[in-house]
Design a protein around this ligand. Structure first.
Ligand SMILES: Nc1ncnc2c1ncn2[C@@H]1O[C@H](COP(=O)(O)OP(=O)(O)O)[C@@H](O)[C@H]1O
Ligand SMILES: [Mg+2]
Length: 483
């Protein structure tokens, strides 16, 4: 308030004092209003901590019941300030006994004010402003039920959700937190930023190889929840990331889960780089582990035939997907999964011999990517760098679920995810970004050791006399082992 009058002389002290008193009273009422509003909002939203406040109320009540308040005044030698008048005492009593209630409300008001200032700073610094320079204001910031993450709800202020998503890393560093998810609530015009100040775990053991069925599998864990996928929702997957990120390990747990929980699922596993990873899955009744290019092409050709058969079948009945087939026809309804680890071996064409075969393999894989969904033929490709050279763009466009481990640089990350974030992932094996539809979340992928996978698969294996080690190595094959 202006404390100088028109003549630039100080106000008489008395007026200044009244002004102050008036300001204080106004402030008091404003604050009381805000406190009450917070309490009401808390109750309406279900964030009001009934238990804690209840315990607090019992506690303050007991303090007064046993006259500890008076002891406190005595202790600090302030007994003369103790309210003697009945009305004053009643006010004093009610004020302090109810303090846990309004104390919580006051705390919310202060937090909100802090948050608003902080958000304003953050929004300015990361450029989250709409056309007229307005920044998005916080609605609330509260702990989620998981007890680990928090949700910051912001009024969108007319900003598109993509702007928030693009600013994710900037928001993370400006707010000094880790953002799990950014999602929109169109009806309310708000954006929820789910974040945590704790880092994500660096080891997530696939504790129990659950029998999910229905082609479901674990993708990983965020700070707050486990993320699952299903071939029915995400028919084709791309697993990308530089060597050592965890692609083959992810495939191991994926295939173990899928094969023991979907006995009907047929699998064709290809690793032309001579990795031994897929040996684990040899001798499973519906699984073929393919060691060389020649056999790959043969297998893919027969899968292509099946794809055509099924397409014809669906067409003849006017159906769009095998999910609609009601007849009990294995030939038409069993799902088939084709997995290619080190897919660049096929798409880059590192072989001098067999270029025609490679072209054939690529053509069929591309066809599966385009048409497999409807007929229950799924594709999972793992590769280091799925750029235009090493992975057909059309194939890539059809791999709707993308799991991307660390990438060497911004450009390669953008190639995979349309975002540079995979180059910023920490150096932790198994750390990846899962992209599915509009979501892009950081996950720690499940770890399943070879020994445990072996143990889990053993009961499903066909017992055979021969050891069925790789007997059909193609001499033209690159036998470099990757570990
Ligand atoms: N989810 C995970 N948790 C813990 N360690 C992992 C995880 N994924 C991979 N690793 C470890 O990282 C190393 C490389 O994994 P690998 O799957 O071979 O990577 P890539 O196939 O991408 O080259 C292995 O030693 C593996 O044990
Ligand atoms: Mg590998």
């Amino acid at each position: 308030m202006n404390s100088f009058n028109k003549n630039n002389k100080p106000h008489p002290p008395s007026e200044k004092w009244e002004d102050r008193l008036f300001d204080t009273v106004v402030m008091f009422f404003q604050l009381s209003f805000l406190v009450v509003k917070e309490i009401v909002l808390g109750i309406v939203r279900g964030t009001f901590p009934w238990l804690h406040v209840g315990i607090g109320l019992v506690f303050t009540y007991l303090i007064f019941q046993y006259g500890f308040d008076r002891s406190l005044f005595q202790f600090f030698d302030m007994v003369r300030w103790y309210p003697r008048n009945a009305t004053l005492y009643s006010l004093y009593y009610k004020f302090w006994v109810s303090s846990p209630l309004w104390g919580w409300g006051l705390y919310q008001v202060i937090q909100k004010r802090r948050l608003r200032n902080r958000m304003e700073e953050v929004s300015h610094s990361v450029g989250l402003k709409n056309g007229i320079g307005k920044v998005s204001t916080p609605v609330f910031d509260q702990r989620n039920y998981d007890g680990v993450t928090r949700t910051l709800r912001l009024a969108k202020s007319g900003l598109p959700i993509q702007d928030f998503q693009k600013s994710k890393s900037a928001l993370e560093s400006a707010m000094n937190v880790y953002v799990d998810d950014i999602r929109e609530n169109r009806a309310k015009g708000t954006v929820d930023i789910v974040y945590s100040s704790d880092p994500l775990t660096d080891h997530f053991e696939l504790s129990e190889i659950a029998r999910y069925g229905d082609c479901r599998f674990t993708i990983g864990t965020t700070r707050s929840q486990k993320i699952y996928g299903s071939l029915k929702e995400t028919p084709h997957l791309l697993i990308a990331g530089q060597t050592g990120g965890g692609k083959s390990t992810f495939l191991r747990q994926l295939l173990t889960t899928l094969s023991i929980s979907n006995v009907d699922l047929e699998m064709t596993l290809v690793d032309l780089k001579g990795g031994l990873e897929f040996q684990l899955f040899e001798n499973l009744p519906k699984t073929k582990v393919i060691p060389d290019l020649e056999q790959t092409v043969r297998e893919l050709s027969s899968i292509e035939e099946r794809l055509h058969d099924r397409m014809r079948y669906l067409k003849s009945r006017g159906l769009v997907s095998i999910d609609q087939v009601r007849e009990n026809l294995d030939q038409m309804t069993t799902r088939h999964l084709v997995v290619v680890d080190e897919a660049a071996e096929i798409f880059l064409g590192a072989y001098d011999l067999g270029t025609a075969r490679l072209q054939e393999a690529r053509r069929i894989l591309s066809q599966i990517a385009r048409q497999g969904r409807a007929v229950g033929i799924h594709l999972v490709l793992a590769t280091q760098r799925p750029d235009a050279k090493s992975l057909d763009t059309q194939v890539k466009a059809n791999l709707t679920g993308i799991l991307c481990f660390q990438m060497p640089n911004n450009t390669s990350s953008i190639t995979v995810l349309d975002s540079g974030r995979a180059s910023l992932l920490p150096d932790i094996p198994g750390r990846a970004l899962w992209k599915h539809g509009a979501t892009l979340v950081e996950v720690q992928t499940p770890f399943l050791s070879i020994e445990r996978a072996q143990e889990a698969l053993a009961p499903y294996k066909i017992k055979r006399g021969n050891s069925n080690l790789r007997s059909t190595h193609d001499s033209s094959q690159n036998l470099e082992m990757d570990t």
